[in-house]
Design a protein around this ligand. Sequence first.
Ligand code: CA
Length: 521
Amino acid sequence: MNHQPVSVRVDERDNVAIVVDAEGAAAGARMAGGLTLAEAVPQSHKVVLHELAAGEPVIRYGEAIGLVNRRVRAGAWLREEMIDLPAAPALDELALATRVPAALEPLEGYTFEGFRNADGSVATRNLLGIATTVQCVAPTVEYAARRIREQLLPRFPNVDGVVAVTHSYGCGVAIDAPGAAVPIRTLGHISQHANLGGAPLVVSLGCEKLQPQRLLPSAAFQTYSGAPLPVLQGDPYVLRLQDRDLRGFAEIVSAILRYAERRLEELNRRRRQTVPASELIVGVQCGGSDAFSGVTCNPAVGYAADLLVRAGATVMFSEVTEVRDAVHLLTPRCVSPEVARDLIREMRWYDEYLGRGQADRSANPTPGNKRGGLANVVEKALGSVAKAGTSALRHVASHGEKVGAGRGLVFAATPASDFICGTQQLASMNMHVFTTGEGSPYGMAMVPVIKVSSRTALAERWPDLIDLDAGPIASGKATIADIGWELFRLLLDSASGRRRTWTEHWGLHNALAPFNPGPVT
Ligand code: CA
């Protein structure tokens, strides 16, 4: 007698179910309900619940994720090559703001301990940041940052760390091309990130295309002289490596260290204060997704997103190629036809961007996604948008645009690539939630990243990388609400500095990856 396999079906209209057991389900095993498996089905892959004729839709999440291209018997393992990808929803036939959800009941009284900045923004970490205009200066600034960490930082216990805000942009690019606005505004916002507390030192080479004034157009720069001038809440300093007064590498490094010491003294005097949860700006994304992502971690993130929106916070979801195939579910949820049209504008822009590269949305799922049971981008998208919860979509930000606090649910257009998405969300967010099924040790230097696993097997294999396991939702040991509340509380604890995430513990900091849709010269 075979063990009875456990499976999950998200919507009662679904004609497939997902196998939950870590070892998969054996051929001949009988599922609850009496269906006998015609063949072995691996964990997180799909079982066909009743016979499908060629051309019939495969229904998951109550939506067609594709059409079977052959007859498939009940109890069969439905594999990727048996499903044809349907056409993406036509962008000129979408319903605009026709089913706007009613405002959710406010959630009062939730707070965290944050650092208030002079511009009104709230930081979740107290970091010394050194911004850069161009990659040429990156190793110099990273060298200086190492020296600051070793020689200076131990004297300033209230400062959480030192970040060299280095990147691969800044020169050798068509800086006036329309696409250049995307990386420039992304990096400008990151250079003035809330967690850096304002007034950065900007290290420039001198001859680069991305001049400091172009990186931070609203700033009135002071040229760094090495003198111990007041810094906090002042204008940023710019230190140009090619400046005639800076003689040699040692002098350049000591100039950066002199600035850093002065700045660390100021940062060290800052104290956390109680602020409402509405000051959270939470970027959510997924990476290394599997078929469970849309059943466990993403719905739990969606539940937490609703709690955050109820508490007045901003929740940003992103990843255009993973929203494109679910856009027909989102445009009716937009708070106004204008917001719906903004969303469509971002979808169309990306369709055209992919078209110029002779690619389309079928380029999205990775081999790991497919091994994890995700047949195509439609199935991935339906699971992905679960992160957005159920509230009205209130605002759409274009690539690299900054979104402030108190905005509710926001779509911030980004590619789905984990590092590029995270970099663009960093223009706004002060907390980050990352869901994963296959597993990724992804982390960022400037904001805490809370990692949520889709399966308990991953959380057990990586207990020192996964912060929260949503796997018990699949086995029925926890509800979506249980894990959603746990994530909400974890966000408040982590934002307050009471808890450090695993990537903070290990210092796992992926490099910034600005999105440059413009030409390189
Ligand atoms: Ca991603």
